[in-house]
Design a protein around this ligand. Sequence first.
Ligand code: ADP
Ligand code: MG
Length: 631
Amino acid sequence: MSAFFRLLARNRLALWGGVVLALVVFLGLITPLLPLADPDVTNTADRFLPPFSEGAFLGTDHLGRDLLSRLMWGTRLSLAVGFSAAVAAATIGAAIGIVAGFYGGRTDNVIMRGVDMLMAFPYILLALAIVAALGPGLMNALIAVAAVNVPFFARNIRGITVGIAHKEFVDAARLAGMGNGRIILTEILPNVVPVIVIAMSTTIGWMILETAGLSFLGLGSQPPQADLGSMLGEARSALITNPHTSVVPGVMILVIVMSINLLGDGVRDALDPRLKSGALSRPMPATLVDRKSVPEAGEGDGILALQDLETQFHVKDRVYKAVGGVSLTVHPGECLGIIGESGSGKSVTALSVMSLVASPPGVITGGAVRYKGEDLIGAPYAKLRSLRGDRVAYIFQDPLATLHPLYKVGDQLVEAIRCHHDVSSAEARSRAIDLLKSVRIPNAESRVDSYPHEMSGGMRQRVGIAMALANEPDVIIADEPTTALDVTVQAQILALLDDLRKARGLAIVFITHDFGVVAQLCDRVAVMYAGRIVEEGPTGEVLATPAHPYTKRLIACVPELGEGRRKLAAIPGLPPVVDKLPEGCAFAERCHKARDYCQRGDIPLEGPAEGARRVRCLYPENERMAEAVSS
Ligand code: ADP
Ligand code: MG
């Protein structure tokens, strides 16, 4: 709850809306206690007094009644009617929606068709018809306004309820022997209340306007009783000669509705978790770049080289250093593994290569990414587009999330091909079938017309790989492509990638948190921790004689079959939060070998002159490395 208020307060406009509304409501509440003139006493001698007159601060209306007093009482009445209408509409609408959504079937059909019928009429027309039938009066106006808003709530809440009514926790409640009534009250209602509040907060303003509209037409509050709408209505004839009589209630309506809407939007944004994470802010097509200098191109770098790459997330006044100076190279036909705990910056590194990190909040703040020697950071968008998916392709972790659910997989493959190559659709389709065959999808000719949901997880990931291969890329970046799969399928996918690499000379960057996978596939491996590489070398060497204490303990966490009983040593503690990185070695706090020096200054990535072993540690675990580091 306090998080909700903090979020709300961060939204300046909503905060102001809330403050103004609170003030208006407070004034409305204390109106009877204030020393105001009687709002209904007429005094024709003092008609149309201008504002700031003696004894009438806001002037008087056409019957000489005190406008300030009428404004206060009118505001009080309008607010009360608007809120009551909103509460009534929300309660009735939500009840209807929950019943329809929960019971479904015929109940749902009958109720919702009724609601549809109500919705078929324009709002105001329906409200007018209801008041015409019931007769003019404030209470009837309230009923009319509530009635025309019931369908809106009913539809909204029904939709939410349908989604919830089939969730596992509802089934569990039913298994526990709860009746329908109790399930609705204890399981469904708490889940829809936020939606009701959101819907209400965004419609109260509208309902106050509608009530005022009815009063304006003389169908709501009856003379001499003042509400904002009737005040406007009565002032209509004097609009030109004495505008203050219209301006006073008009400004109040504007202030109330504006403040309610601003506050309502703030409430919605603060309560809706999707909006909280910035789902509505559209990311830019390429990551923002803000770097001071560009590193010199190295010699003999592979097909893809990362040089001191730094990627940060700038969220409000915090800076998350997700990638803090990563250098890597990969050569054609080579597979480079990147391994590390979750949150160590592997995915952000991978996405930075093609400037795919979402901005905002992502910013590339340093380093270079060279593809065939050419720096891609800050390259024109057209250049990035021509490379993405064509020369450098990605395979992501969750194929169900990366494939479009509404298109056949074949069409998605065709799209990937025709994006980069000007071929006929028939040609692209036959190429798609070949691709599916090359990733060993049985019966590719018919599978090409399947939808993603008709395939198993392993098959979908094969489609993901086929898509990455569609344009015969030079580099494939695979971000945990097998994490969501079971072990046998994982083995098949790894074998497939390995074959493709050998057959086509692909360079693969393979991201994983599993040393078993690294051992099976990768020639070299880089170990990441808190956004930096802490150890790097040929896979066999690193696995056999890890040099960094972190690597050693990561390897110790992997169970081995047939090795007898062995205690699996979990690494105590958690990786550091990347917006508050400690000085020196980020692993020092969890390291059994850490000494004073470890937490001072920058520790370089070093190793012996010959070979490709490097380690970022002052006291490495293996002697050859220890010698190299100390020299
Ligand atoms: P992993 O190694 O598991 O792939 P990631 O590369 O996804 O890790 O994340 C690296 C770090 O960047 C994490 O600490 C994460 O909290 C941070 N991070 C990722 N995305 C964002 C974001 N949009 N805003 C702030 N921090 C982020
Ligand atoms: Mg990741």
